[in-house]
Structures are given as structure tokens and as C-alpha cells.
Design a protein around this ligand. Structure first.
Ligand code: SER
Length: 313
């Protein structure tokens, strides 16, 4: 029987992944935790307010709930991390090391930790970016994710910890808000259009980035975590792709339903971050190892969000 702890459960990915894990393992076997107080979206779960930087408190939660798997989602994202690089590094690294070390000592069955397209940088070939390629991240978030990938691979090789990871593209969902990423514009624009407000995009109109609709991100995560151990050939982090689009292409997709949407472009410091990331991702290894296949296209995502977001606003 599995007992799962989700760290960072109140965040954009956490709220949705916690629900999905509840459906899979039943809610009483999933403990939600976050440094912030309980997100109302997690009302059906038992909740622990927890600072993952506190290794002792983390160990106590794991022990008292007989946790067998940890999903560690807490992190400071790319744009927010640039405001305080030292703090972003400290949080992103120490929290991962606390989780990996606990997994080793307590012999947890599995650990999940997300990486990101932010591990790539300006010298990485930007189109159809391969699993194994040049990596020269230039945000602290990206540097911490790249180092984190190496730590995951190290704990697997050296100690046999079954830690698995995905390099998520920008994640777009309607049930929860992102916090501090370079891809957040692609969520904000849907809120603006439904409030009948104009949108100012902080990236330029032709900036292509890899993106993924949240149901596909949840599916990829659960597929990876349920795959037999011998199928997992990548122990750093897997490339996964949904689709790629520019702000202009997203606007065109939304305008099929809301022709009145008005957008202007005022690129800020996040433009430079976006320019250093790939335009599109090659995820052949994930397809080969655990049959990864996304379900959504840009237009089917747009339609789904426009239909469902009003219930969450
Ligand atoms: N969506 C994240 C960000 O923009 C990328 O991992 O920071």
C-alpha cells in the first residue's frame, strides 16, 4: 500500500497533481503539504503545513504518516528567482537534497521531482532540442534544475533511490495560477479575455516556447511514475513535449472564440529568459521508454480552458 506526500501541494501543479494522485491511490493515502496554509482546492486531503527546508520536520511528517512516496514540487521559478538568486538557489537545492537524503535513509519506494526546459540555455540548439545536448542555463532557476538533475541521477546510481523526473515545458491550466514563471503569460491571457480586459504581453509576439496543457502534464507525470523501473533509462530528467507556440499564435487561437481580444506587447526582463530557452523539444526517449503521447493541441486546449475557466474565476 502506498502513502504519498506531496510537497508544494498548494501550487499551480500541486493542486492538480494532488487531486489526480487522490483519484489513483484514494484521498486518504495522499497527504498534501505546503509552506503556505491549506489551499481551499485541497479541502478533501489531510494537510500538513511544512517548510521542506526543515529536514527534521520533513522526516517527522514522513515517519508519522508512514510515507512511501514523495512528490516534491516546491520551487522558486525562473522569473521570481532572478529577484533573489541566492534565495532561489538555496531553496531549490536544499529542499531537493533534504528529500533525496530522506528517501535514501528511509528507503522510500519512489520520489518525483520536476525539472524544466530552463535547464537549457543560449548555446542549446533551439529547435527540436534533444534529450542530450548542450546545457548552459543562465537563470538561477535553470542552474538549480540542472544541478538537481545531476543529484537525482547520483542518488539513483549511488544509492538506488528510485527518483524520476520530467523537464516540463510551460504549464497551462485553468484550475490554479502559476507563480513567477516566464511562461505565465499563457495563463494570464485567458483570465484577461474572460474578464473582457485588454492584455499586455511581457514577451514579444514571435517568441516560441514549448508549452503543455495541464491534463497532459498530469498524464505524463503519472505515466512516468507508474512505468516499470526497468523502462526508466533516463535518471536525470526526461524531455517531454506538448506543443509550441508564440504569443501571436496563442492570441490567434483565442480570437477564434473571442475576436474582440486586444493585445499589445511590452517585453520585459523575461524576454531574455525566454530567448535563452528552446523553441521546441524532442521527446523521443519518453515516447520510447514509457509510451508518452500528449492529447491536446493548442486549439483543443484553448477551447477547453475557455469553457471551464469561468467556473474557477
Ligand atoms: N514555467 C517555468 C517558468 O517559466 C519553466 O519551468 O519558470
Amino acid at each position: 500500500m502506498e502513502k504519498i506526500l506531496v510537497i508544494g501541494a498548494g501550487g499551480q501543479l500541486g493542486t492538480e497533481l494532488t487531486s489526480a494522485l487522490g483519484e489513483l491511490f484514494s484521498n486518504e493515502n495522499v497527504i498534501a503539504s505546503d509552506i503556505s496554509k491549506q489551499n481551499p482546492a485541497l479541502a478533501d486531503f489531510s494537510f500538513q503545513q511544512l517548510d521542506v527546508m526543515d529536514a527534521k520536520a520533513l522526516a517527522e511528517v514522513v515517519e508519522s504518516n508512514q510515507i512511501t512516496q514523495i512528490y516534491h514540487l516546491a520551487a522558486i521559478l525562473s522569473a521570481k528567482g532572478e529577484a533573489n538568486p541566492q534565495q532561489a538557489w538555496h531553496l531549490n537545492m536544499t529542499s531537493l537534497l533534504n528529500v533525496l537524503e530522506l528517501a535514501r535513509v528511509k528507503q522510500l519506494r519512489k520520489v518525483y521531482w520536476p525539472s524544466s526546459i530552463a535547464v537549457f540555455g543560449p548555446s542549446t540548439p533551439a529547435d527540436n532540442t534533444l534529450q542530450d545536448t548542450v546545457m548552459d542555463p543562465n537563470t538561477i532557476y535553470g542552474i538549480s534544475k540542472q544541478a538537481g538533475e545531476r543529484w537525482c541521477a547520483y542518488y539513483h546510481t549511488k544509492y538506488g533511490v528510485d527518483v524520476r523526473s520530467l523537464r516540463y515545458p510551460g504549464l497551462i491550466g485553468y484550475k490554479s495560477l502559476p507563480g513567477g514563471g516566464t511562461t505565465d503569460y499563457a495563463v494570464e491571457i485567458f483570465h484577461k479575455v474572460l474578464k473582457k480586459e485588454d492584455f499586455t504581453c511581457f514577451l514579444s509576439e514571435n517568441t516560441a516556447l514549448p508549452m503543455m496543457y495541464m491534463p497532459d502534464a498530469i498524464k505524463a507525470t503519472l505515466n512516468l511514475m507508474q512505468a516499470p523501473e526497468e523502462k526508466i533509462s533516463v535518471r536525470s530528467s526526461y524531455n517531454v513535449a506538448g506543443f509550441s507556440f508564440t504569443p501571436k499564435e496563442l492570441v490567434a487561437s483565442i480570437q477564434k472564440f473571442h475576436p474582440d481580444l486586444k493585445v499589445d506587447y511590452a517585453p520585459d526582463f523575461r524576454q531574455q529568459i525566454a530567448d535563452s530557452w528552446p523553441n521546441s523539444i524532442n521527446d523521443d526517449q519518453a515516447k520510447k521508454d514509457w509510451n508518452w503521447q500528449p492529447d491536446f493541441t493548442l486549439d483543443t486546449m484553448t477551447q477547453d480552458i475557455l469553457e471551464n475557466l469561468p467556473d474557477y474565476m
